[in-house]
Write a protein that binds this ligand. Structure first.
Ligand SMILES: C[S@@+](CC[C@H](N)C(=O)[O-])C[C@H]1O[C@@H](n2cnc3c(N)ncnc32)[C@H](O)[C@@H]1O
Length: 198
């Protein structure tokens, strides 16, 4: 019985992986999350501080993002990571943003660029979103927020999924690589690449 159940789980994981690989799953399938409640709005865990554009590109390169990836940016701000992943790296990309104005602004930008087939922003609290479809997760959040996200990442991400964090590490995880990038404004940023174990 247990063997049966674990076989079924392995098969389901393989099917999701294959569907992503051959493009059967699109951003339209990104699981909708409940819209933020007033309680969620109190869960604003980090202010909007955008990642400089050359650092965004370095984050996506560090994770080796390509057209077979599904990138999730948790706390997606003005959508720059999602837009760059879809536009330049040809990935499917999903952002999750709590703030009403940033959600509307980034959704409008995606429509203006005609990227709706590959990019989407969910208006939600990041803690209510399933990451099961993600092959790459990007985070520019505080260490304490990363710590709180850790059980969700460990629950949802498949083996081999990559997580790239900007400036703040995930406590208790060992990065496979780290990299210092100097922004176009001359400021130093540290990036960390984590790979979920097999
Ligand atoms: C430091 S900014 C990073 C923006 C973007 N990821 C980037 O790197 O340019 C953090 C973002 O997280 C959003 N945020 C904070 N708490 C959140 C939550 N609980 N759920 C979803 N988004 C949240 C903020 O509104 C803000 O836009």
């Amino acid at each position: 019985m247990n063997v049966d159940r674990s076989m079924r789980r392995m098969l389901a994981t393989a099917l999701v992986g294959s569907a992503l690989f051959i493009g059967l799953v699109t951003v339209a399938d990104a699981q909708e999350a409940p819209p933020p409640t007033p309680e969620d709005q109190k869960d604003r865990l980090a202010p909007f501080v955008p990642t400089p554009q050359n650092v965004v590109e370095a984050m996506l390169k560090l994770a080796n993002v390509d057209k077979y990836d599904r990138v999730y940016d948790l706390g997606s701000g003005d959508g720059r990571i999602v837009i760059t992943a879809a536009q330049e790296f040809k990935a499917e990309a999903v952002g999750v943003e709590l703030d009403d104005d940033l959600y509307k602004q980034s959704t409008a930008k995606i429509a203006e660029l005609g990227l709706q087939k590959r990019a989407k922003i969910l208006h939600a609290n990041m803690y209510n979103v399933s990451l099961r479809m993600a092959t790459v997760v990007t985070l520019y959040l505080l260490t304490s927020v990363n710590e709180r996200l850790k059980p969700i990442l460990e629950r949802d991400l498949r083996p081999g999924a990559r997580v790239v964090t900007h400036d703040f590490q995930i406590p208790g995880w060992t990065p496979e690589k780290s990299e210092i990038v100097i922004s176009d404004f001359g400021v130093s940023h540290t990036l960390y690449l984590y790979v979920r174990p097999q």
